[in-house]
Design a protein around this ligand. Structure first.
Ligand SMILES: Cc1cc2nc3c(=O)[nH]c(=O)nc-3n(C[C@H](O)[C@H](O)[C@H](O)COP(=O)(O)OP(=O)(O)OC[C@H]3O[C@@H](n4cnc5c(N)ncnc54)[C@H](O)[C@@H]3O)c2cc1C
Ligand SMILES: NC(=O)c1ccc[n+]([C@@H]2O[C@H](COP(=O)([O-])OP(=O)(O)OC[C@H]3O[C@@H](n4cnc5c(N)ncnc54)[C@H](O)[C@@H]3O)[C@@H](O)[C@H]2O)c1
Length: 481
């Protein structure tokens, strides 16, 4: 086999040192790093459209490209028409996706690394069969890394086909962002990361958006004030929220007309008409049909590959990285998994022996406008644990509009949201932060860094920040403690 992209040859078989299944963040980073270190690695990806994985093709980057376009539209809604604007935004997204896909492939096309395009399935211990059309390739390996990611959870919905995506009016995020027609009425089932980001984004593009959430409030793990602030923002953007509701059934008709969604819960049954229904009900580990039992790889009840803190599975010489192992589904977690594995596979080269326990607090951002960012504990969680931990919990909270010494949001005309930092006054320790503001996807990393390195809140309070910036709000906010 050569160091080039290939599709499987009929019934060929080969042995490699390291086999990586899935061209995602962890998989590709590992393949490149191993090859650079003079190792032989084969990377299998089921679709050329997915070179580079979920994040760059159907996830983070294309969606945030569209979020940006939607923000531009919100600012200047006059011309062209919403439909034309949206079609050009999708084209812009697609141009970037194609470039990034090609750049990712080029990055892996390096001596020592081989990309095989086909679907992998274990047929024995550290033995995989790759299928592409009629062709089959059997590969045995010393080390196997499973990085197949996750796929959308598709609940069965009365009135829709068993696979709801067979109805062209029903989509997941993957299909929706490829369509150049702007849905006039978009209903969204699920109010997690994708549900909220798409609600904000499509309202910006000009769709009439309805979110159906089964919990009584948005982001139910957050403090109530945060849930209320998110709801207020979305309603201000024109999004209709149907919370504490379940989708009982859909009257679909087969004339291609609108869907009627029948909701239960709340005070009374309700109907919502929609041209497109987006299902964003979570993503499940992509292990179906992977033959894990034949490889001796254990999975849990959700289908996730069970791993230890070194990401080792129950099968010797087999690891799992990224979304497929369950837990938080973020590109940066997948990248950290790569670090953990690199240390093991390059052992003896002065690497540090990182484990999942070394991660420290992991932040997140939901890309609303403005973005909603979180790290560590909420106020409620901190107060619940205060007695046991001996914390004297203090909370600094200010609306963005009231942070007098932070003019950047005012300069951008975007003063929605708030800053909140929760601390233990006795030790000065930062317990958590909720930043719902312009630039919060950046500022949250600053707070995370301080938490990871046990800096007291006074370090953030007394730091010198550039001006005008969104970090400097921490000077004023934390002075209030
Ligand atoms: C709409 C959306 C928006 C998101 N936005 C963000 C965000 O803003 N920030 C963030 O951090 N995260 C975001 N995420 C989550 C993030 O994309 C994932 O957590 C991350 O990409 C997972 O990477 P991974 O390494 O697990 O594998 P993936 O990148 O998912 O790659 C797995 C690859 O394996 C391939 N594969 C699967 N099965 C097989 C098989 N049997 N044989 C061969 N190949 C196979 C797949 O085709 C895929 O390319 C988003 C996700 C979605 C869906
Ligand atoms: N900005 C980001 O970092 C970002 C953006 C998008 C996606 N992601 C990642 O992608 C993953 C998938 O996103 P998601 O929004 O699909 O999942 P999610 O887990 O964030 O939210 C799922 C939502 O669907 C609801 N739900 C689950 N089952 C349901 C059912 N049967 N019927 C109705 N509702 C149901 C849940 O209550 C929840 O509100 C997330 O976990 C996240 O880690 C991250």
């Amino acid at each position: 086999m050569t160091d080039a992209t290939s599709t499987p040859d009929t019934h060929e078989s080969t042995h490699v040192e390291t086999l990586v299944i899935g061209f995602g963040k962890a998989g590709k980073s590992l393949a490149v790093q191993l090859a650079k270190a003079g190792r032989q690695v084969t990377l299998i990806e089921q679709s050329s459209r997915m070179y580079g994985g979920t994040c760059i093709n159907i996830g983070c980057v294309p969606t945030k490209t569209l979020v940006h376009s939607a923000d531009v539209r919100r600012e200047a809604p006059s011309s062209p028409s919403p439909e034309e604007f949206y079609a050009s935004a999708v084209e812009r997204k697609e141009t970037l996706r194609e470039k990034m896909n090609a750049a990712n492939l080029a990055m892996v096309e390096t001596p020592g690394a081989t990309v095989v395009t086909g679907r992998a399935r274990f047929v024995g211990e550290r033995t995989v069969e790759v299928t592409a059309g009629e062709d089959r390739l059997r590969i045995t390996a010393d080390n196997v890394v499973i990085g197949t990611g996750a796929t959308p959870r598709l609940p069965s919905i009365e009135g829709l086909p068993e696979n709801p995506l067979e109805d062209p009016r029903v989509v997941t995020s993957t299909e929706l962002i490829d369509r150049t027609e702007l849905p006039r009425r978009l209903a969204i089932l699920g109010s997690g990361f994708i549900g909220l980001e798409f609600a904000s984004m499509y309202s910006g593009f000009g769709s009439e958006v309805t979110v159906i959430g089964r919990e009584d409030r948005l982001a139910p793990r957050e403090d109530e004030a945060a849930s209320e602030a998110i709801a207020e923002l979305l309603e201000k953007q024109g999004v209709a929220l149907k919370l504490g509701r379940t989708l009982e059934s859909v009257s679909a008709g087969d004339d291609g007309g609108p869907l009627t969604l029948n909701l239960a819960g709340g005070d009374s049954a309700e109907r919502v008409e929609a041209d497109v229904l987006l299902i964003s009900a979570g993503r499940i580990p992509a292990t179906e049909g992977l033959g894990l039992a034949e490889a001796g790889v254990e999975t849990d009840e959700s289908g996730a590959v069970v791993v230890d803190s070194l990401l080792r599975t129950s099968a010797p010489g087999v690891w799992a990285v990224g979304d497929v192992k369950g837990g938080p589904q973020f590109t940066y977690v997948s990248f950290d998994d790569f670090r953990i594995l690199k240390d093991q596979l390059l052992a003896g080269k002065g690497e540090s022996g990182r484990t999942t326990e070394d991660r420290g607090p992991v932040p997140s951002t939901t890309f609303l406008t403005p973005p909603f960012s979180r790290v560590g504990l909420t106020e409620r969680e901190a107060r619940e644990r205060a007695a046991d931990e001996g914390w004297d919990v203090a909370v600094a909270r200010k609306k963005v509009a009231e942070l007098a010494a932070m003019p950047r949001p005012k300069a951008l005309g975007q003063t929605d949201g708030f800053y909140q930092v929760v601390v233990d006054k006795t030790s000065g320790r930062i317990l958590g932060a909720t930043l719902f503001a312009v630039d919060s996807q950046e500022v949250i990393n600053l707070v995370t860094m301080a938490m990871k390195h046990d800096l007291p809140y006074t370090a953030l309070r007394d730091a010198i920040y550039t001006h005008p910036s969104s970090s400097e709000g921490l000077n004023e906010l934390l002075a209030g403690i």
